[in-house]
Design a protein around this ligand. Structure first.
Ligand SMILES: Nc1ncnc2c1ncn2[C@@H]1O[C@H](COP(=O)(O)OP(=O)(O)OP(=O)(O)O)[C@@H](O)[C@H]1O
Ligand SMILES: [Mg+2]
Length: 228
């Protein structure tokens, strides 16, 4: 079943947030999801140790020696495996990328470094070389965007990504308080206390993102001749 790897060589780009939000949205439509928390800081393992009743399974304790086996084992019995990586390039990151049906690369709309996307794509291209030409589908995901306006900086980054012919998710992950609160409270979006503002908008954004990811995976696996 599909393996989604969330990668970016930039720390703090929004990988763990994207991982957990996407996993929750997939769970909400009835999918079985395992997150492989491959970051030594283990942010998703910490989340799972809270009081949430979420059925998202979280696996920590992976090393470069076990990452491929762990991903494959879980993808055999779960509908989605999502791998959250740390914000550096190392062998564990490389190995995880080789297993991906789709790599998602979060890119902060507020970031001033538009080469960031290029660097992440370069990493994927290098893995593809090692795979003798098998392509690894990937998409940039704009994160921490404003739900109200598209800023000048964001427009500039989107243009730079388009000019470099780097594929991008249409849906952006907006800057939303609930996306922080799920980590602080160790709950799902739906479980958050009502005083957290903007829960509905956050769930709606997450659902749209998950729907586009499902479409892309269905599309790329059809092209590969696999069943989605
Ligand atoms: N869409 C969002 N809305 C609100 N806050 C966000 C969003 N995305 C990320 N953040 C915040 O930005 C910070 C970094 O996000 P996150 O931890 O997801 O990044 P990361 O790429 O996993 O970082 P690292 O490289 O350290 O693993 C966190 O404080 C997180 O709460
Ligand atoms: Mg992280």
């Amino acid at each position: 079943m599909p393996i989604i790897v969330v990668a970016s060589s930039k720390g703090g780009a929004g990988k763990s947030t994207l991982t957990l939000v996407l996993a929750q949205a997939l769970e909400a439509i009835g999918a079985t999801v395992t997150i492989v928390d491959a970051d030594p800081n283990r942010p998703i393992v910490r989340w799972k140790n809270g009081k949430s009743k979420s059925a998202v399974e979280v696996v920590g304790d992976v090393t470069e020696a076990t990452i491929i086996r762990t991903i494959r084992e879980h993808s055999a019995h779960r509908q989605f495996v999502i791998v959250d990586l740390e914000g550096t390039a190392n062998r564990l990151v490389s190995r995880a990328i080789t297993q991906a049906d789709l790599v998602l690369i979060p890119l902060q709309a507020s970031g001033l470094d538009s080469n960031e996307a290029g660097r992440a794509v370069q990493l994927i291209r290098e893995e593809e070389e090692a795979l003798d030409g098998r392509t690894i589908p990937f998409r940039i995901v704009m994160t921490r965007t404003s739900p109200l306006i598209m800023t000048k900086i964001e427009k500039g980054i989107i243009q730079a990504v388009a000019d470099a012919e780097i594929p991008r998710l249409e849906v952006r992950l907006n800057e939303r308080q609930p996306y922080k609160a799920i980590f602080v409270n160790r709950l799902t979006l739906a479980e958050l206390p009502a005083e957290v503002t903007g829960i509905e908008g956050a769930i709606e954004n997450a659902d749209r993102l998950a729907a586009e990811v499902i479409d892309i995976i269905a599309d790329t696996s059809t092209k590969k001749g696999k069943q989605p």
